[in-house]
Write a protein that binds this ligand. Structure first.
Ligand code: GLP
Length: 241
């Protein structure tokens, strides 16, 4: 794993944007794997800035998102579909039909998971996948206990994850109990992975990622088996490691 130890959130975001833009510029049909959560918001602001002032076009870019809450319609304000439109896609020249996110309402859910995994193989896998990390080591919504060979599947969210994500909802009870997520094996199919971590809240997770054993108890540890992962973390996220 390559490690970039940067000063702060802004620097983490601009370093990540530099890697994403490099990937877009060196390919004719780039595929980006994208993430939600608060961590990549600064990166997305940088990419919008790059589109507006550095002339980076997304006309030929396709994107696959990691996950979506189960039970939320696309137009629900807390769906990841809305999150991506609001924080990134609507500000770029990307074609809507080139952006892919699991459908949180599709039934049966097993068929939607199979469809999404087939889609990842068909258009991707991603040339570059952006990841955040949960305080319990989850990537996407792969909670502790998720097998290494998992593909896109429906998960029951850990209580700690629902609590952490409650800040985006009007009340904690509104946080869905389930989600559809790319599996660990789906994520590891990507050519390159860029993992972002910022703030003291992530310090223990970064330490466990770098120093702990590779096992299902800490899903992000499987990233250490991938040949091209870059961890970009700021001082606060590194201070325990
Ligand atoms: C969420 C997302 C993950 C994200 C993580 C961390 O639940 N499913 O993709 O990386 O939790 O979130 P944050 O960046 O807000 O700390």
């Amino acid at each position: 794993m390559k490690i970039l130890n940067v000063a702060n959130y802004e620097e983490m975001s601009s370093e990540a944007a530099r890697l994403v833009e490099q990937e877009i510029q060196r390919r004719s049909n780039p595929v980006l794997g994208l993430a939600t959560g608060s961590t990549p918001l600064g990166l997305y602001r940088e990419l919008i800035e790059g589109f507006n002032s550095r002339g980076i076009s997304y006309r030929n870019v396709r994107t696959v998102n990691l996950d979506e809450y189960r039970g939320l319609a696309k137009n629900h304000p807390n769906s990841y579909y809305q999150f991506m439109n609001k924080n990134l896609f609507h500000h770029l020249d990307i074609r809507e039909e080139n952006t892919y996110i699991p459908d949180g309402l599709a039934r049966p859910v097993e068929a939607e998971c199979r469809r999404y995994e087939a889609l990842i193989d068909e258009i991707g896998p991603a040339h570059l996948q952006i990841l955040g990390i949960g305080t319990n080591g989850h990537i996407g919504f792969n909670e502790p206990g998720t097998p290494e060979d998992s593909l896109t599947h429906c998960v029951s969210l850990a209580e700690s994850t629902r609590k952490n994500n409650a800040r985006f909802f009007d009340s904690p009870e509104q946080v869905p109990t389930h989600a559809i997520t790319m599996g660990i094996a789906s994520i590891l199919k990507s050519d390159k992975i860029v993992l972002l971590a910022s703030g003291t809240r992530k310090a223990q997770a970064v330490k466990t990622l770098l120093e702990g054993t590779i096992d299902t108890g800490f899903p992000a540890s499987f990233l250490r088996k991938h040949p091209d992962v870059t961890l970009i973390a700021d001082q606060e996220a590194f201070h325990l490691a």
